[in-house]
Design a protein around this ligand. Structure first.
Ligand code: PNW
Length: 464
């Protein structure tokens, strides 16, 4: 008979990772030849970020990466997903590379490998070189997509002997919709508006073209990485919005799959199918993006894995006899949530998200590239940080992920967002997501209760 803990375990070789991104932790915003990014510009403009916080110093990870790797090792993480700051490598976005920027990631990667931690590099986590914003209006132009591929190929060439896993772009949906229009999110009966750099306010037609350039940049980067670093693996890291069936029965499950496929048409669906859905184009009408068949082929370049960031249910749906075959069910005003304004709570999305990647698109290797929550963490009198809500959240989500893997859904690893508290974009340092508490005055690091939980789960390869 299987022991209770064996029945909650993950497949052998499962990666237990933690994740961060460059702008959110590195600091050293203008050191060693780094060029400015659009987030430097945005954060330096008063009124954009809570408390007018900036990433100028952040966690000072640029100088403290050795300590941070040692902490990750002590947490039992065997994988680390970090992002590379494009303007450190190409201060002008393209052209002449900056060797000191490359050196930083060389040192980081060597430190990780020395600690037995597998590096997973994200190439774009929103810190676009300001030069490309100035020259091309950023992702409004396909020139930025081409520059991205050159940069991706160059990084793969430099790091590819040691970094074997690459994510092209993090959360297409977030930076495109938030940066080039504004994202509306319904929570508790209210509509929230989420935004960020470069804070453009485009029309719907222009926005669809930006989406197209972002997925094109992904496809071109996949090809460039393969051309420059044979034997490496590549995929994306998207916050796919997942439709959750209200009831776990075949009609509902099918309705939810239809909804997820259709409502991610501009990102996940086109990258995995190589076509915009008929409904996407019909609904867009005259606002449809301009594209060629050749571009669609590039966008759907074959991938080694798919990465999904999973935080909350996108929608609840039920079947409908009317087209499109599903109906959205409103989220009740009293529905529980986590601390972030947008964070509707339902751990079951961690079951449905990977299951749908497999059922809709036959994904053969899936990574949960982010999952976690903000909490109102404080250092207690005894020096510890008691983030009981985060422990509850992680355990509940991993329970659902384990349900998926036990049914054969091919999930190869899981990354907690985040390795440490950090600059949470427009919320500044006020919204803490880390397993490790950062005192932003002294920059002292303190592992939280959730870090102890993570260590035990990772060492047993099971939900604990
Ligand atoms: C992600 N939502 O953003 C980003 O990849 C991280 O950089 C960020 O710090 C983290 O999640 C926490 O916010 C998200 O509205 C932004 O569901 C918005 C949502 C989810 C993730």
């Amino acid at each position: 008979m299987a022991s209770a803990s064996a029945s909650r375990s993950f497949p052998d070789g499962f990666y237990w990772g933690v994740a961060t991104s460059s702008y959110q932790i590195e600091g050293a915003w203008d050191e060693d030849g780094k060029g400015p990014s659009i987030w430097d510009t945005y954060a330096h403009t008063p009124g954009n970020i809570a408390n007018d916080d900036t990433g100028d110093v952040a966690n000072d990870h640029y100088h403290r990466y050795r300590d941070d790797v040692a902490i990750m090792k002590s947490l039992g993480a065997n994988a680390y997903r970090f992002s590379i700051a494009w303007p450190r490598i190409f201060p002008e976005g393209r052209g002449r590379p900056n060797p000191k920027g490359v050196d930083f990631y060389n040192r980081l990667v060597d430190e990780l490998l020395g600690a037995g931690i597998e590096p997973f590099a994200t190439l774009y986590h929103w810190d676009l070189p300001q030069a490309l914003q100035d020259e091309f209006d950023g992702w409004r132009s396909s020139e930025t997509a081409k520059a991205f591929a050159e940069y991706a190929g160059y990084v793969a060439e430099q790091l590819g002997d040691r970094v074997k896993h690459y994510f092209t772009i993090n959360e297409f949906r977030s930076f495109v919709e938030g940066g080039y229009q504004v994202v509306d999110v319904e929570v508790g009966g209210k509509t929230l508006q989420l935004g960020g750099a470069p804070a453009m306010r485009l029309s719907d037609a222009e926005l669809k073209q930006v989406r197209h350039h972002a997925v094109l940049g992904h496809g071109l980067a996949v090809q460039a990485i393969r051309a420059h670093a044979a034997g490496t693996k590549v995929g994306f890291a998207e916050n796919i919005r997942v439709a959750v069936p209200v009831i776990d029965s075949p009609g509902y499950v099918e309705a939810a799959e239809k909804a997820t496929r259709e409502r991610n048409a501009g990102f996940t669906t086109v990258m995995l199918e190589g076509a915009y859905t008929d409904e996407y184009l019909a609904e867009a009408g005259g606002d449809s993006p301009k594209f060629t068949d050749e571009e669609l082929k590039t966008i759907a370049s074959p991938l080694d894995f798919v990465g999904i960031n999973v935080y909350r249910p996108g929608w609840y749906v039920e079947p409908s006899d009317e087209p499109p075959g599903y109906r959205e069910v409103p989220i009740n005003a009293s529905h529980p949530k986590m601390q972030s304004s947008w964070h509707v709570l339902d751990p079951e999305v961690m079951y449905w998200a990977p299951r749908q990647m497999s059922s809709i698109w036959d994904a053969e290797s899936i990574y949960i590239t982010e999952n976690g929550c903000a909490a109102s963490d404080v250092v207690a009198q005894d020096g510890r940080v008691y983030d009981s809500d985060r422990v509850m959240f992680l355990r509940a989500c991993l329970g659902q992920l384990q349900r998926a893997t036990s049914e054969g859904v091919p999930v190869d690893g899981y990354f907690v967002w985040s390795a440490q508290d950090n600059f949470e974009w427009v919320d500044g340092y006020g919204n803490r997501f880390g397993l490790v508490y950062i005192d932003f005055e002294t920059l002292e690091r303190t592992p939280k209760l959730s870090a102890e939980w993570f260590r035990e789960a990772a060492s047993r390869n099971a939900v604990v």
